[in-house]
Design a binder for this molecule. Sequence first.
Ligand code: DP6
Length: 359
Amino acid sequence: MGQEKFIFEFSGKKIEKGAFQWSAPSNIALVKYWGKKEHQIPANPSLSFTLTNCKTITKLDFQLKEASGISFDLFFDGQPKEEFKPKIQKFLERIVNYCPYIKDYHFIIHTENTFPHSSGIASSASGMAALAVNLMQLEKALNPNLTEEFFNQKASFLARLGSGSACRSISGEVVVWGTHPEISGSSDYFGVPFDGQLHTVFKNYQDVILLVDKGEKKVSSTVGHDLMHNHPFAQQRFEQAPENLSKLKKALESGDLETFIAIVESEALTLHAMMMTSMPYFILMKPNTLQIIECIWSFRSQFKVPLCFTLDAGANVHLLFPKKDCEKVLEFVENTLAPLCQNGHYIVDEMGFGAKKML
Ligand code: DP6
């Protein structure tokens, strides 16, 4: 299926001005997206859990204007934020062919994150997703015939053009982005909700994010993706990811936590292995990241709790576990893992459903 269906056709309807507000959550990849082709096409399919508490809230004010062209003001936590403008400008330029109406309006964008600044948690996924759903709300106002499915698909399609992983933050508890033969409707252009029957053990699955290092990322993910070009192990990696996705799909349906843990932890370490073996090479884990991993492994074998970890492109550790084990795990976090976090900080989150309209 082509991308042409996402090109907006003028409906004849004009709206003078208005405002919308949406929240969009962050997501945590279990099968990682690392490596891309031109136009934000992923080198392999990825799968993520959608989060609930870590989210971006974005308000979009729009006003019809005379001259045609991209025009907006940007506020972050209520303050003008010039540094963020180029990224948004680039995003709007990338999507303007699909959403030509954006040239008719001046936008005032107010955005804020629920997670602390410089927590090492990337806000690009939730941020781009929140902006994309707001723009789709405007599109829906101009063309009220849009179906919910089209709304979500195009929002995900647009978000992807802002930041790849953002396309997995629109709708669904578990989202797959990238064509995969076993996921019906899957596409390189947008994320789709996992079509399998999620086993009950994964309902409200917990994610405690251990903030090991809140500093700026040493390598931006865009640079990281680039390093997969001419990477000696790229080809094997791009073949391994879809295989892991197949295995994970089965585990998500059967509730096989042993396989789930093996795939999720291996994916996290493979992502870091790719960074360590690129040229130039990077180590984004910190000593405490490894210490935490050791602690998780001994806790798991000692108490038989199916707790596992994943990592994104940084030092922070995501702890994943079933809701029923909350009490035991939170006690372990408080006593053993929090002291290994920067200022003892961690965030308790859980699986959620995606973007929500607030206004
Ligand atoms: C390690 O989506 O941030 O989190 O498309 O360049 O914006 P861009 O990259 P981005 O990459 C995310 C990489 C990752 C793995 C993942 O989320 O799948």
